[in-house]
Design a binder for this molecule. Structure first.
Ligand code: ATP
Ligand code: MG
Length: 417
């Protein structure tokens, strides 16, 4: 059995984080890395370059966590005060580590540069701390206090990441015993997060390991299953029956496993069925084609896109019958079908996909923003779907892309039955 997971806290030090001048990407990297060894990150914090506030943040973290990972403020300048603040938080004094001081001197000598005396302050560590070899010029360190391990790493991302891999992860792994966290996703399109949650509520209710979470966006909703175990195969074995139950419940609404995006799933189905694909895009202006060409080797099945934004282009480029435009308008199921057929005809493909709609903010043809039609033409059969877009323009366009891909996916799979 794996032991109770360590509780960890991540603290970013630097006033630029609080001012919004840089994003706290270190926190994300550290959380991602700690998850791979089954350490639970329960808090993220950020604090400015202020001695008392850093000390307070570190004391709070030590009280409630088994491991604290701090980044930033280990440099040579006067606003780099993390080591002093951590020393205060663990009731120790700062002591110069002569070996580190030698390394820092050597770094400058090797480059023939004069070393400002202030750089030696980077060799001052809380008494009893274990130094972490510098990757650039800033050494890191860790110190244990009241059964909590406190790691201090430089703010520079690549230096931080190297120390994380070489020192933080191995040290914590040794502490926690072997434990891993594994996540898998079940992707759905067009269901909506609450409908999805409702459909599998009893399965979610009955579950503690894996834990189940819902994530939505761009017309997709996904179920994330996260299991903890001693080894990856054991974690996967815990996930497998629960994932199978969810997939059985959702049927065709659950996208096939193995790919992390709707474009990826569709591409592998098109490839697997030896189908060539083209698109005619109004609303999405090429985004559908972009999704289909994201992965390497798209030229196996993808021929090209017609971006026909104007009504003339729909007529002249995709060959949409003027009578359709006259009778139903450009934002209509009929026009979407004609676009999908047009794409397949122009490129001579087995499948044509299309999007048309009102991204907003203004109404168009008397239709509300969010009115979206997608269509697919698969070897002589065509179908359109009306979809409700939501959010900003970018999200509406994603809804259209994912809905078109999902419609074609279902048609191809249904044809195979
Ligand atoms: P240095 O020796 O370079 O001074 P340091 O440990 O003092 O290192 P900071 O001065 O706090 O680190 O940050 C150095 C740079 O690293 C910042 O300018 C920023 O670009 C980046 N950085 C710092 N903190 C973070 C963070 N939490 N997430 C992403 N990048 C960061
Ligand atoms: Mg600095």
């Amino acid at each position: 059995m794996w032991r109770l997971a360590l509780r960890a806290e991540v603290i970013g030090v630097g006033t630029e984080l609080l001012l919004g001048q840089i994003a706290n990407t270190n926190a994300r990297e550290i959380s991602t890395a700690l998850a791979t060894i089954g350490v639970d990150v329960l808090w993220h914090g950020a604090v400015g370059d202020n001695l008392e506030r850093i000390e307070k943040a570190v004391r709070t973290a030590i009280d409630r966590s088994d491991a604290v990972v701090i980044t930033g403020g280990l440099g040579p300048t006067s606003d780099d005060i993390t080591a002093a603040a951590v020393a205060a938080a663990v009731d120790r004094s700062l002591v110069r580590d002569e070996r580190l001081a030698g390394l820092i001197r050597g770094f400058f000598e090797a480059r023939g540069r004069e070393m400002p005396e202030s750089n030696l302050k980077q060799a001052d560590l809380p008494e009893g701390a274990t130094p972490i070899e510098p990757e650039g010029t800033a050494p890191g360190f860790f110190v244990e206090h009241e059964d909590t391990l406190v790691f201090c790493l430089p703010g520079v991302p690549w230096e931080m990441e190297a120390m994380l891999e070489k020192t933080v992860l191995p040290t914590l792994r040794a502490r926690s015993g072997e434990a891993v966290t594994v996540s898998r996703h079940v992707l759905t399109v067009g269901l909506g997060e609450s409908a999805l949650a409702q459909a599998i509520a009893d399965i979610v209710e009955a579950q503690t390991n894996p834990t189940i979470a819902f994530l939505a966006g761009g017309g997709t909703a996904r179920v994330r299953l996260t299991a903890k175990a001693e080894t990856t195969p054991e974690a996967e074995a815990l996930i497998q029956p629960v994932e199978a139950a969810i997939r059985a419940r959702l049927g065709r609404a659950a996208l096939e496993p193995g790919e992390d995006s709707v474009g990826g799933v569709f591409s592998s189905i098109a490839r697997g069925n030896n189908l060539t694909v083209a698109t005619a895009e109004s609303l999405t202006g090429g985004l559908l084609g972009a999704h289909l060409t994201e992965a390497e080797g798209a030229s196996d099945f993808f021929a090209g896109s017609l971006v026909c934004y104007s009504t003339e282009a729909k007529r002249e480029v995709a060959g949409v019958d003027p009578a359709i435009l006259e009778a139903h308008g450009a934002v209509s199921a009929e026009c979407a079908v004609a676009l999908a057929e047009g794409a397949a005809r122009v490129y001579g493909t087995d499948v044509g996909l299309s999007t048309t709609g009102v991204a907003g903010p203004a109404r168009q043809e008397g239709k509300e923003p969010g009115t979206i039609f997608v269509a697919a033409w698969v070897r002589g059969r065509s179908e359109a779907r009306r979809v409700q877009g939501y959010g900003n323009r970018a999200n509406m366009r994603l809804v259209a892309v994912n809905s078109a891909l999902d419609l074609a996916r279902r048609m191809i799979l249904d044809a195979n039955r």
